[in-house]
Design a protein. Structure first.
Length: 242
């Protein structure tokens, strides 16, 4: 596996497809390379920003996308190119710090979302968490860099995550709307642009509020049944009880 190409940029800050294509002897989740073709299509159609190749914004975006791909698909953190494994730590909203091994075991959704009323990360596995959000956003959940405020070694940037809410979220019915999360991150990087420390800041509660806004599937079914039921149904029930 080469770490440089003719443009002299490290492999892990080049296009994600290049990172995947040049990978050898990698321990892939589900024993095969990921397919981001749908994500590439969505990004082309729906991205707000289209950064110039080789720009700081493009480099930061490529690095984070490679990192996300490696966490999601490479089961051995020692094979993650985007980080310095023995130094790496990640934290969300000033909370607990996690190592690469912990992140690889539990997955990004569980360590970033934590426990709340509408999502219990302590009760979810890596696989179950990904199943939930993949079914919630069946057309994908793309991510892009909006702005970069400072360069290496402490890269501060604003980002956007979005998806079309067309699948049920747990027991909540989909609204069909586009759910968007905008957040900030700070990536501490080495001279060769590997991540040593990553801080994320975004509103978990707002995200989950949007995913539960349509009400529960049970309530929806009950309402439908009531609308199509006999208008004297409750009266008959009263007779039966007496």
């Amino acid at each position: 596996m080469t770490s440089q190409t003719s443009n002299n940029l490290p492999l892990w800050v080049q296009d994600r497809e290049t990172v995947i294509k040049t990978a050898t002897n990698v321990q892939w989740r589900n024993h095969h390379q990921p397919d981001y073709s749908r994500s590439v299509e969505n990004l082309a159609q729906e991205s707000i920003k289209h950064h110039i190749e080789g720009s700081l914004e493009s480099i930061v975006q490529n690095l984070v996308r490679t990192f996300e791909m490696e966490v999601s698909w490479k089961t051995n953190p020692q094979q993650w190119l985007s980080i310095v494994n023995d130094q790496f730590r990640v934290t969300t909203n000033g909370g607990k710090e996690f190592t690469a091994a912990e992140l690889g075991e539990k997955g990004t959704y569980n360590l970033f979302m934590a426990d709340s009323e509408h999502y219990k990360s302590s009760e979810e596995t890596f696989e179950s968490s990904h199943d939930i959000f993949h079914s919630t956003f069946p057309q994908g959940f793309p991510w892009e860099v909006l702005e970069v405020y400072s360069g290496p070694p402490k890269v501060t940037f604003k980002w956007r995550h979005w998806g079309h809410f067309r699948g049920a979220y747990k027991n909540h019915q989909p609204t069909g709307e586009t759910v968007e999360i905008v957040g900030m991150s700070v990536a501490h990087v080495t001279d060769d642009l590997k991540i040593t420390y990553l801080e994320h800041y975004f509103d978990n509660a707002l995200f989950l509020e949007k995913l539960t806004a349509g009400g529960t599937l049970e309530n929806s079914q009950e309402n439908s049944q009531q609308k199509g039921s006999c208008p004297f149904g409750s009266w008959f029930k009263g007779l039966k009880k007496s």
